[in-house]
Write a protein that binds this ligand. Sequence first.
Ligand code: LAG
Ligand code: CA
Length: 483
Amino acid sequence: MAQGLLPCPCPGTRIRPAYSYLRPKIKISPPNENLVVMNPWRPWWERYQPVSYKLCSRSGNESEFRDMVTRCNNVGVHIYVDVVFNHMLNSAAGSGNRGICNSYFNAERHDFPSVPYSRFDFNDPICKTPSGDIENYSDPIQVRYCRLYGLLDLSQWKDDVRSKIIDFLNHLIDLGVAGFRIDAAKHIRPEDINVILTKLNNLNARWFTKGSRPFIYQEVIDLGGEAVQSSEYFRNGRVTEFKYGMQLGTVLRKWNEQKMANLKSWGESWHMMPSNKAFVFVDNHDNQRGHGSGGSSILTFWNPRLYKMAVGFMLAHPYGFTRIMSSYWWPKDIQNGTDLNDWVGPPSNSDGSIKPVTIYANETCGNGWICEHRWDEIRNMVIFRNVVYGEPITNWWDNNNNQVAFGRAGKGFVVFNNDDRNLLVILPTGLPAGVYCDVISGRKEGKTCTGIQIHVAANGMARFQINYQAKHPFIAIHVEARL
Ligand code: LAG
Ligand code: CA
């Protein structure tokens, strides 16, 4: 969940000139003031319990936020903000100046003077469940108007509440952010989100083309079988497709008799939403630790070999708008199938401050930061995705098991071996003849390749070999990595 817990998540100065056409984008953790949770000690999820819309969190204050956004925008790195406006903090939080910047609240009286919100701004009178919490996901009224995990539920249907949210988002836009992840969107009526979105400013013209609108994606967990459906949200922007990581993890783990050959039809026919609405990812900050949805099928950095294959496949495949994850290490402690440390927050000092991201000479991270986005295979596949952008899948091949390959219409080609036996095959790639550098085992540096080389003949055929114990279980070549 690096997601902006990084003091400066902005890698702009490190982008190699050859790849400068890349437009990195970063989604950050909620930057507004949250409840300080002491038990358990400073969990990552305290940031999903807002106290006010002041820009003040463990990641920094408003001037630090402004500085980060400015520096990132100046090198072409766009910042997307995780915005939490379905709810405020939990109803049992008591009262006091326990916002991270000392703002006062009284949870029982629903009083948040720093916004300000009062009891008239919450849905308690509408929610009819005995507990006041969501008890039944088949009832859309409960899903929208009751408390998610006991969190005080805001009335986005009220002008007063809408205007507070609109001001908050517009403030972020004016500081230069490029868009938003709408947290818990399933618990907010799509028509209310729509009204809020129509009132948003255009992006800051200092960095964005005049008239640019914020990029929006809505967090809706819809695995089927519930009252609220992803499709209700399509007109507002992209929607998270949680079936993606769950199904891809199941395939790569070979669960349910799945095999990679089945991915030939990957996309809508796997009961996923239309590609141009889907926001997809292998894992996110919730389901990499057992929260959210997807359960144990989700692949994460804890299983690097399969994880790299999953991320590699995602980035090579045209379906959806893709996001990669950047995480921190935590002392995972699985007991009876659940992680007792699923709450542990980012690397921090004893006063709670977040530790800086150490970056070594070889560009990997330390100090507890995993930085999957810097892993060579993942970073190089991001480049692959950009190089092949817009091209359809061509030249699909599989061995009817877990060896698959496909091209992107003469721009790139990938080969995966997730079988327990060697792959040795000659395939039509659709690529122009030449010697290509595999960007998984290495990278192109000037006229040389630090990894294996693939010779594409005049007729487009090339020979691929991936032994089953090979360090790198896949190969990727593209036209920008031709020697
Ligand atoms: C989300 N999507 O809809 C976020 O992706 C997810 O990370 C948020 O939950 C959730 N919505 C609310 O914004 C996270 C944790 C929860 C945590 C919650 C509030 O996954 O576990 O709940 O943030 O901090 C925690 C406790 C609960 C408790 C609640 C209220 O885990 O047991 O009921 O706080 O005290
Ligand atoms: Ca709600």
